[in-house]
Design a protein. Structure first.
Length: 322
């Protein structure tokens, strides 16, 4: 028996498109399925005029569609591009800008990495929060001062317009879309099939200027895994440092270097994620969700969930449960 019509996704391949990002919507949205194996998204690719474009990676992209594909789309994805014009002058093809503005009336818009410059050039990020690659932050602000750029986050969800940082952050954002549309179980299945984490900790700060330190016996990964098994329990900084067999000061420094977050903020993030999963996948009362996630009380859960995603627990459950 056929399933419901899949969500229509249009991916724009522009001159200088980053090849890996061009493929991400197909590999993440395109493989998402419901419990009966029916596809949840149909992902197709277009160029401005239907003609081939040259990818930044040195090969050509052949497509079956032009900008008219955007008329049918419920989601439009703009992968990153290394095309000099938009990154140097903040200008895009007027046909593209017009098509994106029209699509904004009926579709949500998603940019990956430098694709944010394309949306900004079309005037679609004016007065809105956005993310792009940390390397392009200074130039982006010069070209688009009216955009509220957040240089730290991996991605921004502003409802009908979403944007992500560098290449791998596109994975984070697209998995977030699946999770927002269909819940954590579907998103986790997509992540597992692609052998990636369902979500990552921290922001772009951890990737700027210096790579993450190599995993060693003095790292905090084992302590993070230990804490994840005990989120429902009160966990103090002293307990975490004690498990890592180091001083609080040293542990905090190493932890921030590896995750981009303080231990306390990391714990809150993990507890929020645990609470979201329980709200989506169980019928537990809110006070029990709060207890199992480590927040202790329903009041504390409401405060932290609202701070993280702007909604109350019951409102979140109504949106994502079933």
């Amino acid at each position: 028996m056929p399933g419901p019509a899949p969500h229509e996704v249009a991916v724009l391949a522009l001159d200088g498109v980053v090849g890996l990002e061009l493929g991400l919507p197909h590999r993440l949205l395109g493989i998402a399925e419901d419990a009966d194996g029916h596809p949840l998204y149909r992902v197709r690719t277009a160029t401005v005029d239907g003609a081939p474009v040259r990818a930044a990676d040195g090969w050509s992209v052949l497509v079956d569609h032009d900008l008219s594909l955007l008329d049918e789309a419920a989601t439009v994805v703009v992968p990153g591009t290394e095309h000099a014009e938009v990154l140097r002058t903040g200008q895009v093809d007027p046909r593209l800008a017009a098509a994106l503005r029209t699509a904004a009336g009926h579709a949500r818009l998603v940019s990956l990495c430098t694709g944010a410059s394309v949306l900004a050039a079309a005037g679609l990020l004016d007065g809105r929060p956005a993310a792009t690659h940390w390397r392009d932050t200074e130039r982006f602000r010069e070209l688009f001062p009216q955009v509220h750029l957040d240089p730290d986050v991996l991605f921004v969800d502003d409802g009908d317009v979403l944007s992500s940082a560098g290449v791998a952050a596109g994975v984070d954002l697209l998995l977030h879309l699946v999770r927002r549309d269909h819940g954590s179980d579907v998103a986790t299945a997509v992540a597992r099939r692609n052998v990636v984490a369902p979500w990552r900790e921290g922001g772009q700060t951890q990737f700027v200027a210096a790579p993450l330190p190599p995993a060693t016996g003095s790292g905090t990964a084992a302590t993070r895994a230990w804490a994840m098994d005990r989120l429902a329990q009160p966990l103090t900084l002293e307990q975490l440092a004690g498990h890592a067999a180091t001083s609080v000061r040293t542990f905090t420094r190493r932890f921030r270097a590896e995750t981009g977050l303080s231990p306390q903020r990391w714990l809150v993030q993990q507890r929020v994620q645990r609470a979201r999963h329980l709200l989506e996948s169980t019928d537990l009362p809110v006070d029990q969700v709060a207890e199992q996630a480590g927040f202790g009380t329903a009041t504390s859960l409401r405060q932290h969930l609202h701070a993280a995603i702007g909604v109350a627990p019951l409102a979140y459950r109504r949106t994502f449960r079933g």
